[in-house]
Ligand binder design. Structure first.
Ligand SMILES: C[S@@+](CC[C@H](N)C(=O)[O-])C[C@H]1O[C@@H](n2cnc3c(N)ncnc32)[C@H](O)[C@@H]1O
Length: 245
């Protein structure tokens, strides 16, 4: 999923806005499988430093394998609310698709501010599930399935609140933007081709939706796909801010 073209393009969008320079020090909060960490390591070079933090042992194992041999990346266990870095020691903090899982966002942002040097930047990218657009003849069922998916996140609609959270933490916002995923196919090589099936499983197992309803939802989408009428879009919002001097 992290390697499909939609997510690859998202990382390009993130790196373009973060604009890391050789020698900079950055922490990737919730680094997951380490793809962005490795790309950022190539940008900062061996004089720089990348800390790839993740609480998940499974994710760290994948990141460690991927980053093996790039000795200016440190893969480490940790949480967004307790960053393993000294005060004012880093040039950048990046968290992509992570803050939506972090219950105490004011504390996480306080930590980001603490570890950044004056003038250092924070980049946060998160999805708002109210931005989902899906072609369907059954709008109520679609809304029910998206609603059943919301508990997968701690905040399924964080972007609308992030600007004030970031400013209240003491940052100066420098850029806000969005990058939509747009898929016209349920092909396995698309984001939709993964997330739609994940939503169906989650809605049935944890969202309290009857198996027959989940199956009917999937059937509509796969039938639309077979007819060339499938359409899915969701927007990820990017916020870039600096720690004032
Ligand atoms: C959807 S993945 C995103 C991974 C990566 N940032 C990317 O964009 O490819 C979310 C990641 O956040 C991590 N995560 C969840 N809760 C976290 C927390 N409280 N602090 C830091 N990371 C967390 C998960 O373990 C997971 O690897």
């Amino acid at each position: 999923m992290y390697q499909n073209p939609d997510v690859v393009a998202q990382r390009v969008f993130v790196r373009e806005h973060l604009a890391l320079q050789p020698g900079e020090k950055v922490i990737d909060v919730g680094a997951g499988p380490g793809l962005l960490a490795l790309e950022m390591a190539n940008e900062v070079g061996s004089q720089g430093q990348v800390i790839a933090l993740d609480p998940s042992e499974d994710m760290r194992a994948i990141a460690n394998q991927r980053c093996d041999g790039t000795n200016w990346i440190t893969v480490t266990e940790g949480d967004a609310t307790a960053l393993p870095a000294a005060d004012a020691s880093l040039d950048a903090v990046v968290a992509t698709q992570v803050f939506e899982y972090v219950p105490d966002m004011p504390l996480a942002l306080e930590e980001c501010l603490r570890v950044l040097k004056p003038g250092g930047r924070i980049l946060a990218l998160d999805t708002d599930w109210d931005s989902a657009v899906v072609n369907t003849q059954h709008r109520e069922r679609m809304a029910m399935m998206i609603e059943a998916w919301r508990p997968h996140f701690y905040h399924a609609n964080l972007p609308g609140r992030l600007p004030s959270l970031i400013r209240d933490a003491g940052f100066e916002m420098t850029f806000m933007g969005g990058t939509p995923v747009v898929n016209a196919s349920l092909d396995k090589n698309t984001y939709a081709g993964d997330v739609i099936f994940t939503i169906a499983k989650f809605a049935e197992r944890k969202g309290g939706v009857a198996p027959a309803v989940c199956a009917a939802w999937l059937k509509e989408l796969t039938d639309l796909d077979a007819d060339g009428q499938f359409f899915f879009s969701i927007t990820r919002f990017l916020f870039l801010a600096i720690k004032p001097n």
